[in-house]
Design a protein around this ligand. Structure first.
Ligand SMILES: [Zn+2]
Length: 352
Protein backbone atom coordinates (compact mmCIF):
# COMPACT_ATOMS: atom_id res chain seq x y z
CA UNK A 1 0.00 0.00 0.00
CA UNK A 2 1.42 3.39 -1.01
CA UNK A 3 1.63 5.97 1.79
CA UNK A 4 -0.28 9.17 1.03
CA UNK A 5 2.03 12.15 0.41
CA UNK A 6 2.03 15.19 2.68
CA UNK A 7 -0.14 18.13 1.64
CA UNK A 8 1.91 21.30 1.13
CA UNK A 9 -0.95 23.52 -0.09
CA UNK A 10 -1.81 26.49 2.16
CA UNK A 11 -5.15 27.76 3.38
CA UNK A 12 -5.79 31.21 1.83
CA UNK A 13 -4.51 34.00 4.13
CA UNK A 14 -7.78 35.97 3.92
CA UNK A 15 -9.67 32.92 5.22
CA UNK A 16 -7.82 32.51 8.53
CA UNK A 17 -8.80 33.97 11.90
CA UNK A 18 -7.10 33.96 15.29
CA UNK A 19 -8.84 32.63 18.38
CA UNK A 20 -7.99 34.78 21.39
CA UNK A 21 -9.74 32.69 24.05
CA UNK A 22 -11.30 29.26 24.54
CA UNK A 23 -14.51 28.88 22.46
CA UNK A 24 -16.06 26.88 25.34
CA UNK A 25 -15.17 28.78 28.55
CA UNK A 26 -13.50 32.02 27.28
CA UNK A 27 -10.33 31.50 29.38
CA UNK A 28 -7.18 32.76 27.62
CA UNK A 29 -4.61 30.56 29.39
CA UNK A 30 -3.59 27.56 27.28
CA UNK A 31 -0.80 25.22 26.25
CA UNK A 32 0.22 23.89 22.82
CA UNK A 33 -1.17 20.38 22.36
CA UNK A 34 -0.37 19.52 18.71
CA UNK A 35 1.64 21.47 16.16
CA UNK A 36 1.39 21.37 12.34
CA UNK A 37 -1.64 19.05 12.09
CA UNK A 38 -2.83 18.15 8.57
CA UNK A 39 -6.03 16.74 7.08
CA UNK A 40 -5.18 13.02 7.12
CA UNK A 41 -8.85 11.95 6.95
CA UNK A 42 -10.23 13.16 3.61
CA UNK A 43 -7.00 14.73 2.29
CA UNK A 44 -8.96 17.69 0.94
CA UNK A 45 -8.26 20.61 3.30
CA UNK A 46 -5.03 22.50 2.71
CA UNK A 47 -2.90 23.95 5.53
CA UNK A 48 -1.18 22.98 8.77
CA UNK A 49 -2.89 23.67 12.06
CA UNK A 50 -1.99 24.13 15.71
CA UNK A 51 -4.22 22.83 18.47
CA UNK A 52 -4.18 24.21 22.02
CA UNK A 53 -5.54 22.80 25.27
CA UNK A 54 -7.47 25.33 27.33
CA UNK A 55 -6.03 25.97 30.79
CA UNK A 56 -9.52 26.58 32.13
CA UNK A 57 -11.79 23.75 30.95
CA UNK A 58 -9.30 21.36 29.27
CA UNK A 59 -11.04 21.40 25.85
CA UNK A 60 -8.84 21.55 22.75
CA UNK A 61 -9.23 24.09 19.95
CA UNK A 62 -7.53 25.22 16.75
CA UNK A 63 -5.77 28.56 16.58
CA UNK A 64 -5.64 29.98 14.00
CA UNK A 65 -8.59 28.39 12.26
CA UNK A 66 -10.54 28.78 8.99
CA UNK A 67 -13.13 31.56 9.02
CA UNK A 68 -16.85 30.84 8.83
CA UNK A 69 -16.81 32.23 5.27
CA UNK A 70 -14.08 29.87 4.02
CA UNK A 71 -14.57 26.70 6.13
CA UNK A 72 -16.44 25.18 3.16
CA UNK A 73 -13.02 24.61 1.54
CA UNK A 74 -12.45 21.88 4.10
CA UNK A 75 -15.52 19.91 3.01
CA UNK A 76 -14.85 19.32 -0.69
CA UNK A 77 -14.37 15.56 -0.17
CA UNK A 78 -16.31 15.20 3.06
CA UNK A 79 -18.97 12.52 3.07
CA UNK A 80 -21.42 10.94 5.46
CA UNK A 81 -21.51 7.21 5.86
CA UNK A 82 -24.71 5.25 5.42
CA UNK A 83 -25.76 1.78 6.48
CA UNK A 84 -28.21 -0.78 5.09
CA UNK A 85 -31.84 0.12 5.78
CA UNK A 86 -34.00 -2.22 7.90
CA UNK A 87 -36.62 -2.41 5.12
CA UNK A 88 -34.23 -3.09 2.23
CA UNK A 89 -34.73 -6.41 0.47
CA UNK A 90 -31.03 -7.26 0.11
CA UNK A 91 -29.32 -10.03 2.05
CA UNK A 92 -32.49 -11.86 2.99
CA UNK A 93 -31.03 -15.30 2.64
CA UNK A 94 -28.86 -17.25 5.04
CA UNK A 95 -27.44 -15.95 8.29
CA UNK A 96 -27.60 -12.25 7.33
CA UNK A 97 -31.28 -12.52 6.52
CA UNK A 98 -31.92 -14.29 9.82
CA UNK A 99 -30.04 -11.58 11.73
CA UNK A 100 -32.02 -8.87 9.96
CA UNK A 101 -35.29 -10.59 10.93
CA UNK A 102 -34.20 -10.69 14.56
CA UNK A 103 -33.00 -7.05 14.51
CA UNK A 104 -36.29 -5.90 12.95
CA UNK A 105 -38.21 -7.86 15.57
CA UNK A 106 -36.44 -5.90 18.30
CA UNK A 107 -36.81 -2.56 16.44
CA UNK A 108 -40.55 -3.10 15.99
CA UNK A 109 -41.02 -4.07 19.63
CA UNK A 110 -38.87 -1.31 21.14
CA UNK A 111 -39.54 1.59 18.75
CA UNK A 112 -42.96 0.80 17.29
CA UNK A 113 -41.66 0.52 13.72
CA UNK A 114 -43.25 -1.78 11.12
CA UNK A 115 -40.15 -3.27 9.48
CA UNK A 116 -40.43 -6.55 7.56
CA UNK A 117 -39.33 -9.28 7.61
CA UNK A 118 -39.29 -9.51 11.38
CA UNK A 119 -39.30 -12.14 14.09
CA UNK A 120 -40.54 -11.61 17.64
CA UNK A 121 -37.65 -13.84 18.78
CA UNK A 122 -35.49 -10.79 18.04
CA UNK A 123 -36.60 -9.35 21.39
CA UNK A 124 -35.17 -12.35 23.21
CA UNK A 125 -32.00 -12.27 21.06
CA UNK A 126 -31.55 -8.55 21.80
CA UNK A 127 -31.54 -9.18 25.54
CA UNK A 128 -29.18 -12.14 25.18
CA UNK A 129 -26.75 -10.07 23.04
CA UNK A 130 -26.57 -6.62 24.68
CA UNK A 131 -23.92 -5.37 22.22
CA UNK A 132 -26.23 -5.89 19.24
CA UNK A 133 -29.15 -4.32 21.10
CA UNK A 134 -27.02 -1.32 22.03
CA UNK A 135 -26.01 -0.74 18.38
CA UNK A 136 -29.69 -0.59 17.38
CA UNK A 137 -30.50 1.73 20.29
CA UNK A 138 -27.63 4.06 19.35
CA UNK A 139 -28.92 4.21 15.74
CA UNK A 140 -32.39 5.15 17.08
CA UNK A 141 -30.71 7.45 19.66
CA UNK A 142 -32.79 5.74 22.38
CA UNK A 143 -35.97 7.42 21.09
CA UNK A 144 -38.67 7.38 23.74
CA UNK A 145 -41.83 5.51 22.67
CA UNK A 146 -44.33 8.05 21.45
CA UNK A 147 -48.11 7.87 21.54
CA UNK A 148 -48.76 11.39 20.25
CA UNK A 149 -47.14 13.40 17.46
CA UNK A 150 -43.84 14.08 19.19
CA UNK A 151 -41.43 16.29 17.29
CA UNK A 152 -37.68 15.85 16.86
CA UNK A 153 -35.12 18.19 15.26
CA UNK A 154 -31.86 16.69 13.96
CA UNK A 155 -29.18 19.38 13.65
CA UNK A 156 -26.76 18.46 10.83
CA UNK A 157 -28.87 15.52 9.65
CA UNK A 158 -26.34 14.35 7.00
CA UNK A 159 -27.42 11.07 5.40
CA UNK A 160 -30.88 11.41 6.96
CA UNK A 161 -30.60 7.93 8.46
CA UNK A 162 -31.77 9.06 11.88
CA UNK A 163 -34.60 11.16 10.42
CA UNK A 164 -35.82 7.98 8.70
CA UNK A 165 -35.63 5.93 11.89
CA UNK A 166 -37.47 8.64 13.84
CA UNK A 167 -40.23 8.90 11.22
CA UNK A 168 -40.56 5.10 11.08
CA UNK A 169 -40.97 5.18 14.88
CA UNK A 170 -43.90 7.59 14.58
CA UNK A 171 -42.15 10.89 15.27
CA UNK A 172 -42.49 14.10 13.31
CA UNK A 173 -38.88 14.44 12.21
CA UNK A 174 -37.38 17.65 10.80
CA UNK A 175 -33.77 18.57 10.12
CA UNK A 176 -31.35 21.35 9.35
CA UNK A 177 -28.05 21.18 7.47
CA UNK A 178 -25.61 23.53 5.74
CA UNK A 179 -24.97 21.26 2.75
CA UNK A 180 -27.29 21.90 -0.28
CA UNK A 181 -26.79 18.30 -1.53
CA UNK A 182 -27.83 16.94 1.86
CA UNK A 183 -30.93 19.17 1.81
CA UNK A 184 -31.87 17.94 -1.67
CA UNK A 185 -31.53 14.34 -0.53
CA UNK A 186 -33.61 15.01 2.62
CA UNK A 187 -36.40 16.67 0.63
CA UNK A 188 -36.44 13.81 -1.90
CA UNK A 189 -37.28 11.51 1.03
CA UNK A 190 -40.17 13.77 2.03
CA UNK A 191 -38.62 15.42 5.09
CA UNK A 192 -39.25 19.03 6.05
CA UNK A 193 -35.73 20.42 6.25
CA UNK A 194 -34.17 23.87 6.42
CA UNK A 195 -30.86 25.28 5.32
CA UNK A 196 -28.25 26.52 7.82
CA UNK A 197 -27.60 25.91 11.50
CA UNK A 198 -29.99 25.54 14.42
CA UNK A 199 -30.86 29.26 14.12
CA UNK A 200 -32.92 28.33 11.03
CA UNK A 201 -35.55 27.11 13.53
CA UNK A 202 -35.40 30.22 15.77
CA UNK A 203 -39.12 30.79 15.05
CA UNK A 204 -40.06 27.48 16.76
CA UNK A 205 -39.31 28.18 20.43
CA UNK A 206 -40.31 25.44 22.89
CA UNK A 207 -41.54 23.26 20.00
CA UNK A 208 -39.40 20.13 20.20
CA UNK A 209 -39.64 17.08 22.44
CA UNK A 210 -36.16 16.03 21.34
CA UNK A 211 -33.19 17.71 19.65
CA UNK A 212 -30.30 15.57 18.44
CA UNK A 213 -26.89 17.04 17.57
CA UNK A 214 -24.64 14.17 16.57
CA UNK A 215 -21.04 14.89 15.53
CA UNK A 216 -21.75 18.55 14.83
CA UNK A 217 -20.68 20.82 17.73
CA UNK A 218 -16.99 20.10 17.15
CA UNK A 219 -17.39 21.63 13.66
CA UNK A 220 -18.92 24.91 14.86
CA UNK A 221 -17.30 28.31 15.35
CA UNK A 222 -19.68 29.05 18.22
CA UNK A 223 -20.84 25.73 19.75
CA UNK A 224 -22.03 27.45 22.95
CA UNK A 225 -24.55 29.50 21.00
CA UNK A 226 -25.92 26.37 19.27
CA UNK A 227 -26.38 24.53 22.59
CA UNK A 228 -28.02 27.62 24.09
CA UNK A 229 -30.45 27.78 21.14
CA UNK A 230 -31.19 24.07 21.55
CA UNK A 231 -32.31 24.84 25.11
CA UNK A 232 -34.60 27.59 23.81
CA UNK A 233 -36.17 25.39 21.12
CA UNK A 234 -36.88 22.44 23.46
CA UNK A 235 -40.19 22.14 25.23
CA UNK A 236 -39.92 22.06 29.05
CA UNK A 237 -39.08 18.43 29.82
CA UNK A 238 -37.54 18.00 26.34
CA UNK A 239 -34.37 15.99 25.78
CA UNK A 240 -31.10 16.95 24.07
CA UNK A 241 -28.98 14.14 22.55
CA UNK A 242 -25.33 14.97 21.90
CA UNK A 243 -22.38 13.08 20.44
CA UNK A 244 -18.91 14.54 19.91
CA UNK A 245 -15.29 13.28 20.13
CA UNK A 246 -13.59 13.20 23.54
CA UNK A 247 -10.13 14.79 23.84
CA UNK A 248 -9.70 12.95 27.17
CA UNK A 249 -10.26 9.53 25.54
CA UNK A 250 -7.97 6.50 25.72
CA UNK A 251 -7.62 6.76 21.93
CA UNK A 252 -6.26 10.32 22.04
CA UNK A 253 -3.91 9.32 24.87
CA UNK A 254 -2.58 6.47 22.73
CA UNK A 255 -2.51 7.95 19.22
CA UNK A 256 -1.92 11.66 20.01
CA UNK A 257 -1.73 13.74 16.81
CA UNK A 258 -2.81 10.68 14.76
CA UNK A 259 -6.08 10.25 16.66
CA UNK A 260 -9.07 10.16 14.24
CA UNK A 261 -11.15 12.44 16.48
CA UNK A 262 -8.93 15.49 15.88
CA UNK A 263 -9.87 15.83 12.17
CA UNK A 264 -8.16 19.18 11.47
CA UNK A 265 -9.29 21.67 10.30
CA UNK A 266 -12.94 20.55 10.31
CA UNK A 267 -12.99 19.97 14.06
CA UNK A 268 -12.50 23.42 15.56
CA UNK A 269 -13.17 22.40 19.17
CA UNK A 270 -12.72 18.97 20.76
CA UNK A 271 -14.54 18.73 24.09
CA UNK A 272 -14.03 16.71 27.25
CA UNK A 273 -16.94 15.32 29.32
CA UNK A 274 -16.35 17.51 32.38
CA UNK A 275 -16.33 20.77 30.38
CA UNK A 276 -19.38 19.73 28.35
CA UNK A 277 -21.28 18.79 31.51
CA UNK A 278 -20.48 22.16 33.10
CA UNK A 279 -21.45 24.06 29.96
CA UNK A 280 -24.79 22.23 29.68
CA UNK A 281 -25.47 22.69 33.36
CA UNK A 282 -24.69 26.45 33.10
CA UNK A 283 -27.16 26.66 30.21
CA UNK A 284 -29.87 25.18 32.44
CA UNK A 285 -29.89 21.51 31.42
CA UNK A 286 -30.37 18.82 34.07
CA UNK A 287 -30.10 15.02 34.34
CA UNK A 288 -26.93 14.87 32.22
CA UNK A 289 -26.18 11.19 31.51
CA UNK A 290 -23.26 9.70 29.59
CA UNK A 291 -23.98 6.76 27.23
CA UNK A 292 -21.51 4.11 26.08
CA UNK A 293 -20.54 3.89 22.36
CA UNK A 294 -18.45 0.73 22.03
CA UNK A 295 -18.78 0.45 18.23
CA UNK A 296 -17.32 3.96 17.87
CA UNK A 297 -14.29 2.87 19.91
CA UNK A 298 -13.53 0.06 17.46
CA UNK A 299 -13.93 2.41 14.48
CA UNK A 300 -11.77 5.22 15.94
CA UNK A 301 -8.97 2.89 17.00
CA UNK A 302 -8.82 1.24 13.56
CA UNK A 303 -8.89 4.61 11.75
CA UNK A 304 -6.24 6.10 14.08
CA UNK A 305 -3.98 3.08 13.58
CA UNK A 306 -4.15 3.60 9.81
CA UNK A 307 -3.51 7.37 10.11
CA UNK A 308 -0.46 6.59 12.26
CA UNK A 309 0.81 4.35 9.49
CA UNK A 310 0.26 7.12 6.92
CA UNK A 311 -2.57 5.44 5.02
CA UNK A 312 -6.20 6.28 4.31
CA UNK A 313 -8.18 5.71 7.54
CA UNK A 314 -11.08 4.31 5.51
CA UNK A 315 -8.97 1.80 3.58
CA UNK A 316 -10.43 -1.40 5.04
CA UNK A 317 -8.20 -3.53 2.83
CA UNK A 318 -5.52 -2.63 5.31
CA UNK A 319 -6.33 -4.82 8.27
CA UNK A 320 -5.40 -3.52 11.70
CA UNK A 321 -5.43 -5.62 14.88
CA UNK A 322 -8.48 -4.94 17.02
CA UNK A 323 -7.29 -6.12 20.43
CA UNK A 324 -6.32 -2.60 21.57
CA UNK A 325 -9.79 -1.33 20.70
CA UNK A 326 -11.39 -4.20 22.62
CA UNK A 327 -9.20 -3.40 25.63
CA UNK A 328 -10.39 0.22 25.41
CA UNK A 329 -14.01 -0.96 25.15
CA UNK A 330 -13.53 -3.00 28.34
CA UNK A 331 -11.69 -0.16 30.10
CA UNK A 332 -14.46 2.34 29.35
CA UNK A 333 -17.15 0.15 30.93
CA UNK A 334 -16.29 1.78 34.23
CA UNK A 335 -14.87 5.02 32.79
CA UNK A 336 -17.27 6.55 30.26
CA UNK A 337 -15.37 9.84 30.69
CA UNK A 338 -12.49 8.12 28.82
CA UNK A 339 -14.57 6.81 25.89
CA UNK A 340 -13.77 7.92 22.33
CA UNK A 341 -17.09 9.69 21.88
CA UNK A 342 -18.87 11.79 24.48
CA UNK A 343 -22.42 10.63 23.99
CA UNK A 344 -24.95 12.06 26.43
CA UNK A 345 -28.50 13.04 27.01
CA UNK A 346 -29.76 15.90 29.17
CA UNK A 347 -33.12 17.44 29.93
CA UNK A 348 -34.57 20.93 29.92
CA UNK A 349 -36.34 21.14 33.29
CA UNK A 350 -40.15 21.16 33.41
CA UNK A 351 -40.03 24.37 35.43
CA UNK A 352 -37.19 26.92 35.04
ZN1 LIG B 1 -11.91 26.46 28.05
Amino acid sequence: MTPIPSNDAKWPEYGIEHVTCCPVCSVQERSLLHQGLEDRIFFSAPGRWNMYRCGGCGCAYLDPRPTLETIGLAYTRYYTHTTAKPNSSEDLTGLRGFRKKLANGYRNWRYGTQYQPASIFGVLAAFLIPGARHSIDIAFRFLPRTHSRSKVLDVGFGSGEFLSYARDAGWTAVGVDIDPEVLKNGRSKGFLVRHGGIEAYADEKESFDLITISHVIEHLHDPVNTLSQAYTLLKPGGILWLATPNIDSYGHARYGRHWRGLEPPRHLVVFNPKALRKLLSDLGFQQIRLISQASATRFLFAASERIKKGIDPYDERHHVPSWRAWLAVLATIGRLDKSEIINLTCMKPETP
